[in-house]
Write a new protein. Structure first.
Length: 150
């Protein structure tokens, strides 16, 4: 196939992080495209997957001729001994919070039941009970209706 017959495509970064291509013409898996960069660097690639298309524009995963040659060479070569992986720099130790910082960032303490109620708490409970009387009448009427809808 001559370079004039190839569909022209532009390099495109895919969502999975790999490089693919974007064409202005429909393509199918197995088609060969000519990828051209803005700097006019060009190479051929085979479409391995059509990731997205609207019938005219296609975004595709590709394997370039060089990549295919590299993978076939790798398969024929004997496995080389693996070099030790590069070690990453050690992470800095986590900062331990001071007593004041720990108090500010701590979740609220659970309620204590061993503390006797105070007058203030009694007053709050009485106030809540008084406000709830109107709601109680509504709930009582609803319960009666549910028991005897007739």
């Amino acid at each position: 196939m001559s370079e004039d017959d190839l569909i022209e495509a532009n390099p495109c970064k895919l969502r999975n992080g790999d490089w693919g291509c974007k064409t202005q013409q429909p393509v199918q898996v197995g088609d060969t495209v000519q990828i051209v960069t803005r700097a006019n660097k060009q190479w051929r690639a085979e479409v391995t997957q059509v990731v997205w298309t609207d019938g005219q524009v296609c975004i595709c995963a590709t394997a370039s001729d060089k990549q295919k040659a590299d993978t076939s060479d790798d398969a024929s070569k004997a496995p080389a001994s693996k070099a030790a992986p590069k070690s990453r720099p050690a992470r800095p130790a986590a900062k331990t919070p001071t007593a004041n910082e720990a108090d500010e960032n701590a979740p609220p303490a659970p309620p204590r039941f061993d503390v006797p109620p105070t007058d203030e708490l009694d007053a709050m409970a009485d106030s809540a009970a008084e406000q709830g009387d109107a709601d109680d009448e509504l709930f009582n009427a609803l319960n009666e209706f549910e028991r005897d809808p007739g």
